[in-house]
Ligand binder design. Structure first.
Ligand code: COA
Ligand code: AMP
Length: 638
């Protein structure tokens, strides 16, 4: 084993965790270097408690100050608008300064929250960095969510300002953001003072509300007034952003990310997991609205002075299944990070990968997949056609960076398909049973992480300490509950098999079936319902709804189903991909009244199932099976 090998690095963390993270702290610049590396205080576990720094300084200013202003920071590539733009670190600094000036002129100060509701354009990165510059706390909301979801986030984060673009672009559809924003503000109890709107030519927004301001005019004014605020030093433990993610109910959880530990962890991961150095091109084909976008389109690559690609397009249809290969070859991408579903989409359209031959992909050294379970089929296809290692990595919004992975920057460990390999330093992963006892290798149980969590992981939920403890720390004392289930093999490789809660993963997007049920239950004709995730060949999982109608309802049931589908689209958003629902006479329950979602899911997936001992009336399962058959479940091809 070489000195640099994974085991040696992991062991150095095990033996002296604080010394390990003290050393990694040198990856970033501090205005006040931390003396206290770790502390458990009455608010929980905190990293670099007395350190001060600024995330924007680290991601932008310091690279320019070091003489790398000419280096490319961002490449915007948009088949949706047929345009491309290259932004150097010097250009980025200029834009970020003026946008921070624009925000300051509208009253944004350190600690204020700012919601960013913007698509995959460079200004979204600029907006987030400008917030970081001022010490303001951003919360990026994914464009595929509906007004009601945005309203929930407005009420929870209570932003002073919303930074928005006039529209997002989906194939064949312009998504106007202004009606969604106005609708959300009307629904929310909290009213932001300003909405600053970046007008896109594809659809401009009427600026007709008292809170509306035009982005370009405001940014130009800040430029003309030379309003270019310097980076505001913040405590390492101050919040950088809030990212809402699905929990088991309709109320999303506001995952808080701090400044110092976050940037240290991301810098470590960029070098050691993703094997990227300053000046190299990294492409994370995700969206700013997800954690992958936060960590590996925005902060990670910029923290280390690399080049990050912002792609406004899809893996297929913009214009074809060769889109990814074009971007890689055109921009010299060294590593691509995306969700397996993107590759399944490409494989479906171009099964023999004929389009690969049209491009020179010699620059591409590694493919990283995450966001959902990486199926061996997808790995085989990608490996076979790209001829590079395909690396699974497992993590979640809460952790912000890989829990388990294959640290190519240290050494490429043997790849076992279906496993994201081994824990990264900072993470001690165990599999436990319901009594919180570790289980033997090969046995499935809850995947938990020994406390404390490493730098970068959530210190809490936004203004909801009790909710944080309840959701993550209570069920398995001494551990953080990931909500995933799986097993470790004899070599310590992790296999993540499923969730232990009602969260489903649709095309790499994390969604709450409980949230969908809450929306459906509000329909006047629906007495009760169950939503569960079933296997899907493209998206991994998709939700289906089982609806029990009120007695006496004799309207056309297809009409009611259509309304139910529309309700979820309107209340949660198109991203929920809720398109299938059936009427059932009754739902199978335990004698204590709990709906047997797990059993229904197994029936729908065509998996082996047995009648649970606690079931109230076993005949209902046969009724459900018969109803599922009418809509083609179980499917044979997944
Ligand atoms: N704004 C508005 N609507 C959006 C949106 C956005 N930012 N992103 C997606 N939507 C809409 C889509 O238009 C679609 O609407 P429709 O029901 O009218 O067709 C719906 O939400 C579902 O979108 P999506 O999950 O993207 O499915 P799709 O069928 O359009 O495309 C894939 C399928 C596989 C091509 C697509 O999911 C994909 O590119 N996945 C990559 C994975 C990824 O980026 N994961 C992020 C985590 S790493
Ligand atoms: P999110 O917080 O949206 O990133 O979703 C995180 C969840 O996605 C995890 O808890 C897992 O359930 C799932 N997930 C992410 N990456 C992987 C992976 N590599 N393998 C299996 N599941 C994954």
């Amino acid at each position: 084993m070489t000195e640099k090998a994974y085991q040696a690095v992991y062991q150095s963390w095990v033996e002296a965790p604080e010394a390990f993270w003290r050393e990694q702290a040198q990856l970033i610049d501090w205005s006040r270097p931390p003396e206290k590396i770790f502390e458990t205080n009455d608010t929980g576990d905190r990293w670099y408690v007395d350190g001060e720094m600024n995330t924007c300084h680290n991601c932008v200013d310091r690279h320019v100050e070091a003489g790398h202003g000419d280096r490319t920071a961002l490449i915007y590539d948009s088949p949706m608008t047929d345009s491309k733009q290259t932004i150097s670190y010097a250009d980025l600094l200029e834009r970020v300064e003026c946008v921070a000036g624009m925000m300051q002129a509208h009253g944004v100060e350190k600690g204020d929250r700012v919601i960013i509701y913007m698509p995959m354009i460079a200004e979204t990165a600029i907006a987030a960095l400008a917030c970081a510059r001022l010490g303001a706390v951003h919360s990026i909301v994914f464009g595929g969510f509906a007004a009601a979801e945005l309203a929930t986030r407005i009420d929870d984060a209570r932003p002073k300002m919303i930074l928005a673009a006039s529209c997002g672009l989906e194939p064949g559809r312009v998504v106007a953001y202004k009606p969604l924003i106005d609708g959300a503000i009307a629904l929310a109890s909290h009213k932001p003072e300003h909405v600053i709107m970046l007008q896109r030519p594809q659809e401009t927004a009427p600026l007709d509300q008292p809170y509306d301001a035009d982005w370009q005019t405001s940014e130009d004014k800040a430029r003309a007034d030379n309003l270019r605020p310097a980076c505001v030093p913040v405590k390492a433990t101050d919040p950088l952003y809030i990212l809402y993610t699905s929990g088991t109910t309709g109320i999303p959880k506001g995952v808080v990310r701090d400044n110092g530990g976050h940037l240290v962890a991301l810098s470590w991961a960029m070098h050691n997991v993703y094997n990227i150095a300053a000046g190299e091109v990294f492409w994370s084909a995700s969206d700013f609205g997800w954690v992958v976008g936060h960590s590996f389109i925005l902060y990670g690559p910029l923290a280390i002075g690399a080049t990050s690609v912002i792609y406004e397009g899809k893996p297929v249809g913009t214009p074809d299944a060769g889109a990814f290969w074009r971007v890689i070859s055109e921009h010299g991408v060294k590593a691509l990070f995306t969700a397996p579903t993107a590759f399944r989409a490409i494989k479906k359209q171009d099964p023999d990968a004929k389009l690969v031959a049209d491009y020179d992909l010699s620059c591409l050294k590694t493919l990283y997949l995450a966001g959902e379970r990486v199926d061996p089929d997808t790995i085989n296809w990608a490996e076979g056609h790209l001829n590079i290692p395909v690396i699974d990595n497992w993590w979640q919004t809460e952790t912000g960076w890989p829990i388990c992975g294959n640290p190519v920057g240290i050494e490429t460990l043997p790849i076992k398909k279906g496993s994201p390999a081994l824990p990264m330093p900072g993470y001690h992963v165990d599999i436990v049973d319901d009594e919180n006892q570790p289980v033997a290798a090969g046995e499935t149980g809850a995947i938990v992480i020994k406390l404390p969590l490493p730098p970068g992981c959530l210190p809490s939920l936004w203004e909801n300490e009790d909710g944080f403890k309840q959701a993550y720390l209570t069920d398995y004392p001494g551990y953080y509950k990931t909500g995933d289930a799986g097993f470790l093999d004899e070599d310590g490789y992790l296999y993540v098999m499923s969730r232990t809660d009602d969260i489903i993963n649709v095309a790499g997007h994390r969604l709450s079936t409980g949230g969908m049920e809450e929306v459906l239950a509000a329909h006047k004709d629906i007495a009760e319902c169950a939503v569960l995730g079933v296997k899907d060949a493209l998206k991994g999982e998709i939700p289906i709804g089982l609806l029990v109608l009120n007695d006496g309802v004799n309207r056309d049931q297809q009409e009611i189903i259509g309304e139910a589908v529309q309700l979820v689209r309107d209340q949660i958003g198109p991203v929920a991909a809720f398109k299938i629902a059936i009427r059932v006479a009754r739902l199978p329950k335990t004698r204590s009244g709990k709906i047997l979602r797990g059993t229904i899911r197994k029936i729908a997936n065509g998996e082996a199932w047995s009648v649970p001992a606690t079931i109230d009336d076993p005949a209902i399962l046969d009724e459900i099976r018969a109803e599922l058959v009418t809509i083609g479940y179980p499917k044979g091809d997944v």
